[in-house]
Ligand binder design. Structure first.
Ligand SMILES: C[S@@+](CC[C@H](N)C(=O)[O-])C[C@H]1O[C@@H](n2cnc3c(N)ncnc32)[C@H](O)[C@@H]1O
Length: 185
């Protein structure tokens, strides 16, 4: 697991109470979905989004029997449209792990425009104290453009949010970065 992904888990674990509602905005192979399901427990809800049916199938296998998980075959830019109305202002966490699914086609990757749309919806859906984490991959050209646009958007957020970015400095090659945005009030 890349360091940024592990770091996201360490930040979110104490911030998600049993019974919380959360979103995995890029389900992939389901590692984050499984992590979130353990955090919220059987009384919580995890909504997982992915555009690839085989990613959702792999994740369904991984979380078999966990009734708190709902998998949604749609892009995260449809967060508002696909989540129940009660989710607004209630989410404790929204996780994104951008880029493409390791081992699958690199053509299916997150895109700047839809990621920006999803981020703005995620921020509207967060409860106070809720956190968005985004693992960014500036090591390849489209990931670099996406990371720069997100950093720019984070700079412009109102002070009711706290946005930070971490980057591993002693990595061998361009390391993933972790963008963390908390709703303060
Ligand atoms: C880096 S992978 C996610 C890894 C995953 N979190 C895990 O633990 O295995 C990125 C995923 O984002 C998905 N994706 C691409 N565009 C998307 C979109 N607009 N909405 C939701 N998921 C998308 C890809 O299909 C891919 O599965």
């Amino acid at each position: 697991m890349p360091h940024a992904t592990e770091l996201a888990h360490r930040i979110l674990r104490p911030a998600i109470a049993p019974g919380a509602w959360v979103v995995d905005a890029t389900v992939g192979n389901g590692h984050d979905t499984q992590f979130l399901a353990a955090c919220v427990g059987p009384t919580g809800r995890v909504f997982g989004f992915d555009v690839q049916a085989h990613a959702l199938a792999a994740t369904a296998d991984r979380v078999q029997g966990l009734s708190q998980v709902t998998l949604i075959h749609a892009g995260h830019e449809e967060l508002h449209a696909r989540l129940p109305a009660e989710a607004k202002g209630r989410l404790a966490a929204v996780m994104f792990n951008l880029g493409y699914l390791p081992g699958a086609s690199k053509d299916v990757t997150t895109k700047t425009e839809t990621t920006l749309a999803a981020l703005s919806q995620a921020l509207e859906l967060l409860g106070v104290g809720g956190i968005v984490t985004m693992v960014l991959y500036p090591g390849h050209p489209s990931g670099r453009e996406e990371a720069a646009a997100l950093r720019d958007a984070a700079h412009r957020l109102p002070t009711s949010f706290a946005a930070s970015i971490t980057e591993r400095l002693n990595a061998v090659s361009a390391a993933p970065q972790l963008l963390i945005i908390e709703r303060l009030r």
